[in-house]
Design a protein around this ligand. Sequence first.
Ligand code: AMP
Length: 411
Amino acid sequence: MNILILNAGSSSQKSCLYNLQDTLPQNPPEPLWEAAIDWTHTEGVAELTVKTKAGLWQEAIALQHPSDLTQSSRAVTGKMLQTLWQGSTSVIQQPSEIDAVGHRVVHGGQRYQTTTRIDPSVKVEIQRLIPLAPAHNPANLEGIETVEQLLSQDVPQFAIFDTAFHSTIPEPAAIYPGPYAWVAQGIRRYGFHGTSHQYCAERAAQLLNQDLADLKLITCHLGNGCSLAAIHQGKSVDTTMGFTPMEGLMMGSRSGSVDPGILLYLMRQQGLGADELEQLLNKQSGLKGLSGLSNDLRTVRAAIAQGNTQAQLAYEVYIHRIRSGIGAMLASLGGLDALVFTAGVGENSAAVRSQVCAGFAFLGLALDAERNTAMAGSGDVAIAAPGSRVQVLVIHTQEDWQIAKACWAAL
Ligand code: AMP
């Protein structure tokens, strides 16, 4: 069975095709075909990259309608999908060989708590939720509609919502202490990165050779966006992101949680409006804003090595926020069997893992310093010292594979 995955971000569209048999493999298999579109490098140009067993293929596509982003994005996504059955990148003969399509959809609100087959009413709901995820839900809808145009209407399409995994968070952790009217208005904590947190939890149980139902886990998704999840018996019981992906940890260019009084102050004293505040909190804060350098931790650390004290401060705040977030997750879990690091920073920065873990020595958590540094980049590994009372794992997150598994199970 061939399952196509679409994972659309605010400035990229990633896709892959898995060929699956009747039994799922223990370890994530290599996709037959992987493709990505990047809009960020050159204005008016989309860079398409396709990877198959035959090799890597790249094309810069000049946008026909640069001012109409929706039309451009549909056209380029269509072109990307056609490389599945056309030209030197083809891995299937025709579109009818695709049995199902899985879409990562960022916001599913309160209605969608599991893998959902897409029909017109689901599309209406994804559309309705655009104000809650303005950078992502439109791109997700475009992907769904492009697939509808290219493949037969009979091919089942599934939405896997980033918020769904967190739908089990109990009300005291999900409800904001604002006016009660917020509850009816859906102003509550939804949480994000759900597919990644769920994948890491299931993979952690596999690596520890234990039943997920017996484990208390904290998964740390530290990439450009950062969030933590407290997972008990395979279910999310708390997370750091909330109503939007702006709450919680300090991120690449997002502030994470700040005193809401700061926003009122900036509105009154500096006359800032909603768009300016959004730009400030989403794009000019976090590692980038505080260091004044970059959202990329590698750049910040390189500057620290050169003696840059502003970069040092940004890094220290970043670590402090992760530690205090872990403290909150610990309280929601009431114990901890394993701490899991994933995503760009979590998987690659031994320094971040070591400094975060140092804050929890009082739990009996001890890292094996050599494994922490030597094993980086060599797949999923356990890096706690022998005798540590808490396991520490580095897991390469595989959201696309988690989506493929969900589609396979739904079929
Ligand atoms: P992601 O959003 O998961 O793709 O993560 C992207 C971020 O991971 C980048 O912006 C970097 O900050 C970080 N990153 C990637 N590789 C490394 C590395 N070797 N060391 C530290 N940070 C890294």
